[in-house]
Design a protein around this ligand. Structure first.
Ligand code: CAA
Length: 551
C-alpha cells in the first residue's frame, strides 16, 4: 500500500525549510517544523507569515485561510515531536556532519515505515543515507527557491533506496501540485549542475569588470527572458549555498569552470551572503528583504549623456534579414537611414553613424571597415556582428577609437536588448553615441567589453553546451533536463528547446569561438553538438534537431 504521508516533519526552517513547510501546509498536510532554538523558530515563523502575507495582500488567500495554513504547522525545538511523522524532510545548512547527525537521530526516532528525505542541493544523498541503519528509506527531495513558487522537485534515488520509497515520494510530489523528476545521486543533480556553472560564469564576468552587475542581470532577463538575472538569483539562493554547491560540483567534476569564482569565496568570508544578510551583489533594505536599495554601482556613463554625438542619419550596410529589420526599426523611430547592400559606401559619406550588418567573417569585416574609414571620415563606425571581435574591425581603420559594437541580442533587431561593445580603445563618445541611439530605438542597452560572446552568448551557450554533455552521459533525458530547467528555475524554455530553435550550428559556432578565446576543457563543444550539425540535424530550421519538428 502506498504511504499517504498525512503528517510530515521539516527540520530547519530557514528560507527553504519554511517554504517547504508552507508547500505541505497549503496542501492540507499537517507539519511539524523543528528548529534548533527559539530565535531560529521565530525567524522560521516570520518567513512563513511574510510569504503567506504576500498571498493575502495580493488577494490570493483570505486572512482566514492564512491562519488555517499557519495553524497546520506545529513549531517546536524538540526533535521528539517528529516521532509520528510519515515523512521527515531535512533542510538545514549544507554541512555533511550536521546532516548525518540529524539522520542518525531521526533513524531511531521515527516509525519503521517513515521515509527520511534530505533537501540537500550539494551533498551526497548516499553519504547522508549511510549515517542511518535503514538507508533503504532515505531519498533526496530537492525543492527550488522559493519553494512555494517553483514547480519542480528533484527526487534523488541512491543505489541503496527501496523502489517503493521513491514511488511513494514521487506520488506525494504530484499531490503537492509539483512536477517530480527522478535522478541519480550526482553533485548538483540536474538543475543545479546546469544552473550553477552559469551563475559562476556570471560572477567571473562581474569580477573581471566585463560589465556591471545591473547589465549582467539585464542581459539575461531581456536577452533570454529569464525571470531574474544571475547575480540577483545568487543573492536569492544565498552566496554560501552557491559556494558550497560549486565546491562540491568541482570536487566531483574537476571542471575548473565549477571552481567557485574567487569573488564568491571572498563575499562569503565577508558575511555578504545575499538577501538573507541584507547584502550580497546588491544591498537590500533589511535582511530577508527583496527590496534593493542604494545605487552604489552606477552604470557607466549614465550620468554623462552629453558625450554622445547627435545622430541625424544612420548608414546601414547589409543585405540580410537582420539589416532589413534594423532599417525598419530605425525608420519606425524617424531616424533617417541610408541603407546600402555591399560596395556602395560612397553613399554613406554624410551619415553620422554607420552600422555594418554585413557578413560576419573576419575578411569581410576588415574590408568593410577599411572602406568605411576612408569614405566616412566623420562617422562613428559600428558592427552588429558577434563572431568577429570588434577590435579586428577597429584595427582595420586608422581611428580605432571611433569603432564600437552594436549587437542586437540573438541578431534580432526586434528584441528588447542591445549589447554595446567597447574595445580597449573605443572612446566613451562612440559608446555613448550608440547607447543614445539604442534609447531612441526603445532598446535597453547593456555595456560590455570585447570578449567572445559579449554578455548573453557568453552566459547562455556554455550552459546549453553543458546540457548537451549531460545528455551525452546518459544521466538524464532531454525531456527531464528541459523540465528541470523550466520548472525549477522558471526559464522560458529548456536548453534543448532553445538549441533546436536557435540552431545547433549557431550553438556550435559560438561555442567554438568561446573555446578558441578561452581553451578551458569545460568550454570545448560537446561532441554530440558537432555530430548533430554534421548530420544536418540543426533544429527547427531543418525539421530535426534534438527533437523532430517537421518542416
Ligand atoms: N514565497 C512565496 N511566494 C512567493 C515568493 C516567496 N518567497 N516569492 C515570490 N512569490 C510568489 C508571489 O507571491 C507571486 O505569486 P502570485 O503571482 O500568485 O501573486 C509570484 O511568486 C511572483 O512573484 P513576484 O511578482 O513578487 O515576483 P516575480 O514575478 O519577480 O517572481 C520569483 C519572483 C518567483 C523569485 C521569480 O523571479 C523566479 O522564479 N526567479 C527564478 C528563481 C530560481 O531560479 N530559483 C531556483 C534557484 S536554484 C535553487 O533553488 C536550488 C538550490 O538548491 C539552491
Amino acid at each position: 500500500m502506498p504511504r499517504n504521508f498525512s503528517s510530515v516533519g521539516v527540520v530547519g526552517l530557514g528560507a527553504m525549510g519554511a517554504g517547504i513547510a508552507e508547500v505541505f501546509a497549503r496542501n492540507g498536510v499537517g507539519v511539524v517544523g523543528v528548529e534548533r532554538d527559539s530565535e531560529q523558530l521565530a525567524r522560521g515563523r516570520r518567513h512563513l507569515e511574510q510569504s503567506t502575507g504576500r498571498a493575502v495582500a495580493r488577494g490570493r488567500m483570505s486572512p482566514d485561510q492564512q491562519s488555517e495554513l499557519v495553524g497546520r504547522i506545529t513549531f517546536t525545538t524538540s526533535m521528539a515531536e517528529l516521532a509520528d511523522c510519515g515523512l521527515v524532510v531535512e533542510a538545514v545548512v549544507e554541512r555533511l556532519d550536521l546532516k548525518r547527525q540529524i539522520f542518525a537521530e531521526l533513524d531511531h526516532l521515527v516509525r519503521a515505515d517513515a521515509v527520511l528525505a534530505t533537501n540537500t542541493s550539494s551533498l551526497s544523498v548516499t553519504e547522508i543515507a549511510a549515517a542511518t541503519t535503514t538507508p533503504a528509506r532515505v531519498v533526496g527531495l530537492h525543492f527550488f527557491n522559493p519553494a512555494p513558487v517553483q514547480a519542480l522537485c528533484e527526487v534523488i534515488r541512491t543505489i541503496l533506496v527501496a523502489p517503493d520509497v521513491v514511488e511513494d515520494v514521487v506520488g506525494l510530489v504530484r499531490r503537492l501540485g509539483k512536477s517530480p523528476v527522478v535522478a541519480g545521486d550526482r553533485a548538483g543533480f540536474i538543475a543545479n549542475a546546469l544552473l550553477f556553472g552559469y551563475l559562476n560564469r556570471a560572477v567571473s564576468l562581474y569580477e573581471a569588470h566585463h560589465a556591471t552587475r545591473e547589465d549582467i542581470d539585464a542581459a539575461m532577463q531581456l536577452g533570454c527572458g529569464y525571470p531574474m538575472g544571475p547575480l540577483t538569483l545568487l543573492d536569492l539562493v544565498g552566496l554560501d549555498t552557491a559556494h558550497e554547491i560549486l565546491r562540491t560540483m568541482y570536487r566531483q567534476s574537476r571542471n575548473r569552470l565549477h571552481a567557485p569564482s574567487p569573488a564568491l569565496g571572498q563575499m562569503v568570508a565577508a558575511g555578504l551572503l545575499g538577501r538573507k544578510t541584507g547584502r550580497g551583489f546588491y544591498t537590500y533594505a533589511a535582511p530577508d528583504s527583496p527590496q534593493v536599495v542604494g545605487d552604489d554601482e552606477t552604470p557607466p556613463s549614465a550620468d554623462r549623456p552629453a558625450r554622445a554625438r547627435q545622430v541625424g542619419t544612420v548608414g546601414l550596410i547589409g543585405t540580410g534579414s537582420a539589416a532589413a529589420g534594423i532599417a525598419g526599426a530605425l525608420g519606425a523611430r524617424d531616424v533617417e537611414v541610408i541603407h546600402v547592400g555591399t560596395g556602395r559606401a560612397e553613399e554613406l559619406s554624410r551619415a553620422d553613424l554607420v552600422l555594418d550588418a554585413g557578413a560576419d567573417d573576419p575578411a569581410a569585416k576588415r574590408a568593410a571597415f577599411e572602406v568605411l574609414d576612408a569614405r566616412c571620415p566623420d562617422a562613428i563606425l559600428a558592427t552588429t556582428g558577434s563572431l568577429v571581435p570588434v577590435v579586428e574591425c577597429a584595427a582595420a581603420t586608422g581611428r580605432p577609437e571611433d569603432v564600437v559594437g552594436m549587437h542586437f541580442a540573438h541578431g534580432d533587431p526586434d528584441g528588447p536588448l542591445v549589447e554595446v561593445v567597447s574595445t580597449v580603445v573605443t572612446s566613451a563618445m562612440a559608446a555613448d553615441t550608440v547607447r543614445s541611439l539604442c534609447a531612441r530605438l526603445g532598446k535597453h542597452a547593456v555595456s560590455c567589453g570585447d570578449r567572445a560572446g559579449f554578455l548573453v552568448d557568453a552566459l547562455l551557450f556554455p550552459y546549453l553546451n553543458d546540457a548537451v554533455r549531460m545528455l551525452e552521459t546518459g544521466y538524464a533525458t532531454a525531456d527531464d533536463i528541459d523540465t528541470a530547467m523550466t520548472l525549477g528555475c522558471r526559464l522560458p524554455a529548456g536548453p534543448f528547446e532553445v538549441l533546436d530553435s536557435l540552431g545547433n550550428d549557431v550553438a556550435l559556432g559560438v561555442q567554438r569561438a568561446l573555446y578558441a578565446q578561452n581553451p578551458e576543457p569545460g568550454l570545448a563543444p560537446a561532441p554530440l553538438l558537432g555530430q548533430l550539425v554534421t548530420a544536418d540535424r540543426l533544429g527547427r530550421s531543418t525539421g530535426r534537431g534534438f527533437r523532430e519538428h517537421g518542416r
